[in-house]
Design a protein around this ligand. Sequence first.
Ligand code: SAM
Length: 348
Amino acid sequence: MKNNIELAKKLICEKTLSKDEFVSLIDGRCEETEELLKSEAVRLRKEIYGNSVYIRGLIEISNICKNDCLYCGIRKSNKNCERYRLAPDEIYECCDEGYELGMRTFVLQGGEDGFYSDKIICETVKNIKNKYPDCAVTLSLGERSKESYKKLYDAGADRYLLRHETANKEHYEKLHPKEMSYENRIKCLYDLKDIGFQTGCGFMVGSPFQTTENIAEDLLFIKEFSPDMCGIGPFIPHCDTVFGDNPPGSVNLCLFLLSVIRILKPNVLLPATTALGTLHPQGREMGILSGANVVMPNLSPKSVRKKYALYDNKLCDGAESAQSIEILKKRMSDIGYEVVTDVGHIKK
Ligand code: SAM
């Protein structure tokens, strides 16, 4: 395993590797390399963000989606999905509740629902920013035109999350219907960045057909794109999708990749995702201890949470829910971290 330790040291020194080296690092990882990269990731994160953990209130505004991503529980063709959409007033109520709980970022995420025209989202964003000028608004509403993104930015939205899903075109095409294109996904990301959004990309670990080469390509894409945020979480099957019988992604590999991504881009905002918490009871703590610095408690109205089922058994109550913030604070303090009331922008 000496070779593998050498690669880990090289990554620490040079903050990147070649594609072949990433493949060897991942496939040959052992406890020693995991520990080495984890401690470097934590060191870098502490240097920039101390022991602060940023929280984001996640508001799942609609599970209506025009897309048919093969892995996703809210895909258009899932007839068993009970659809809902929040009205702007309901979104404001979520923000009020989140603000009281100490949240200073609201993430509006949803399927690609035609109801949310530029006009409606712009109004919603403006109203949130007027009421809470000390808060950031993050949008995660899928692919739109550059003109549309610009309007949302001009309305005051600060950040946009759009996972690239995979940096390999052939792999992308195995996960998506032919109406969707890899080129457009990547174009959207560059448009968002160009407009001035704090932009987030990301991918699922262990998605169907994913190879180690694909993961190496994702890492190289992240290095090149240099996102402000990066969302990675394990793939988890949803019973009503094409991949319902596929195995879930590996928690261990996901943690390893969190450490690698922290090293590639030391100041990146890196969430310990709900999917990680869903697959392992200590998933979020382990994510933070591997280099993550963000958690996104669920702030959606309780009545809709179960309906935003991207995958089976998604966590939405317990320490996952915004209302249980005290439990989350305790769990973070037990591992030496502090949940802070802070807008939580990237530190440049
Ligand atoms: N529609 C927006 C978009 O396309 O970015 C945001 C909503 S989409 C449901 C949010 C993310 O959920 C996707 O980027 C995808 O990576 C993740 N996701 C979907 N299905 C999943 C699954 N079965 N397991 C894990 N993550 C999943």
